[in-house]
Design a protein around this ligand. Structure first.
Ligand code: HEM
Length: 419
């Protein structure tokens, strides 16, 4: 790619555009692969079409390891202090095989569908508690009272964060998404400090939680997880599993409220909710872009030859609305049957927490539609503000619950702990 990138389109302008749907639609209609400028001004190739995105995600000529490219200074692009930046730049998602395969094998046994199935009653209990707390209110902010605390509590409990400390973890999670670099840096530092301290606690007193299980792997398997890897994996689980799920629940509820006839159908047929969750993921999936990939050798894709060592960014947002793969892609169809969306990616980096996110979405929407059948937006949709970024989230979602139906919205099962 040319060294002078000043005339190329800015990825930031697309992601932060006031009308992102229109910006993505324009990209979708253009060439399959577009030369653009990354946040720090360096060159990046944007891959916009479904089939090409699948190729980038599954072809071993594309690496996820930031150290194997020459153009981008990701450490400085994050703007984080040097002592914590490596934990955020060298996350689980940026390892290549064989290291990635080794780590993934160790961690994925803690994330199987069976494990998640055992967690469902506890997720249900948290959903019920959160909905109980807002029943009777005239109006409440669905992001602050439901979409935000649900995934954070699930992840904190899963990792083994003591209940008394969880409020502090809420604080830094707010800092990390604040529009203020100093708050972000402070939040990042506090988070790394808290995770390191928690790992130390679990080492001294193992419990029935994921972190203790991962430490056990480390002890039993002759240090196969290094201290950095353990901190970095815990961080990836925490960060990967939080904001994305907040967005699924927040944007998903917004879409249900602005498509009342489809919402009503779901209320009448709650067994359709898992299918609806898949469509919400496709139509407004939380991750608009992927983790950056780099070409290990020259690769021809979408009619362009990308030289070795260059940065490649897949756009899940355009792939998920590619008319070559999805019929009527700009229509939200909660009963869409053929829906192999890319919201959780593909290939070796396929989302580790997909089963958990699906379970949370299913239980959350089931709870909302059955408990508050007359839930409505408290403001006009145009008054809502979206926080821009790779995961775009609603800042607030003021809603009026209307009359509530009493009681739990799920099966009466005994909650179990993670292990
Ligand atoms: C709706 C919710 C979620 C969405 C849309 C989502 C999306 C994604 C995507 C697109 C990737 C691949 C990124 C890439 O390589 O380009 C990914 C990876 C990952 N996700 Fe999720 N995620 C969600 C929830 C979760 C949850 C709940 C967890 C953990 C509890 C989690 C943990 C991870 C981890 C650790 C990775 C890295 C996997 C690897 O590189 O092998 N995610 N996720």
């Amino acid at each position: 790619m040319t060294k002078d990138t000043t005339r190329l389109p800015q990825l930031a302008d697309i992601l932060f555009s006031p009308d992102r749907d229109a910006a993505f639609a324009r990209l979708r209609e253009g060439p399959a692969v577009v030369a653009a400028r990354y946040f720090d001004g360096t060159g990046v190739w944007l891959v916009t079409r479904y089939d090409d995105i699948v190729t980038v995600l599954t072809d071993r000529r594309f690496s996820s390891d930031v150290t194997r490219q020459t153009t981008l200074d990701l450490a400085s692009a994050t703007g984080l202090p040097d002592d914590v930046a490596p934990y955020f730049t060298h996350t689980f998602g940026t390892y290549d095989p064989p290291d990635h395969t080794r780590l993934r094998t160790l961690v994925s046994r803690e994330f199987t569908a069976r494990r998640v199935q055992r967690l469902r009653p506890r997720i249900q209990q948290i959903v019920d508690e959160l909905l109980d707390a807002v029943a009777g209110a005239e109006e409440f902010d669905l992001i602050d009272r439901f979409a935000m605390p649900l995934p954070l509590r699930v992840i904190c409990e899963l990792l083994g964060v003591p209940a008394a400390d969880q409020e502090r973890w809420h604080d830094w999670s707010r800092d990390l998404t604040a529009p203020d670099p100093e708050r972000i840096a402070a939040g990042a530092r506090a988070l790394v400090g808290d995770i390191t301290a928690l790992i130390e606690e679990k080492r001294k007193a193992p419990a029935e939680d994921l972190l203790s299980a991962l430490l056990q792997v480390r002890e039993n398997d002759g240090d196969r997880l290094s201290a950095h890897e353990l901190t970095s994996i815990s961080l990836s689980i925490l960060l990967g599993g939080h904001q994305t799920t907040v967005d699924l629940i927040g944007s998903g509820t917004f879409l249900l409220l602005t498509h009342p006839e489809q919402r009503e159908r779901l209320r009448a047929q709650p067994d359709q909710i898992p299918t609806a969750v898949e469509e919400l993921l496709r139509y407004a999936g939380p991750a608009d872009i992927g983790v950056m990939r780099y070409t290990l050798e020259p690769v021809q894709i979408g009619g362009v030859t990308i030289p070795a060592g260059e940065a490649v960014q897949v756009l899940y947002a355009t792939g998920n609305r590619d008319p070559r793969r999805f019929s009527d892609p700009d229509r939200l169809a909660l009963d869409r049957a053929d829906n192999p969306h890319l919201a959780f990616a593909r290939g070796p980096h396929y989302c580790l927490g997909a089963a958990l996110a699906r379970a949370e979405g299913d239980i959350a929407f089931r709870g909302l539609v059955s408990r508050f059948p007359r839930l409505t937006l408290a403001v006009h949709p145009d008054q809502l503000t979206w926080k821009p970024g790779p995961v775009r989230t609603l800042g607030t979602l003021p809603v009026r619950p209307g009359p509530s139906r009493p009681g739990s919205t799920g099966p009466a099962e005994e909650p179990t702990s993670w292990s």
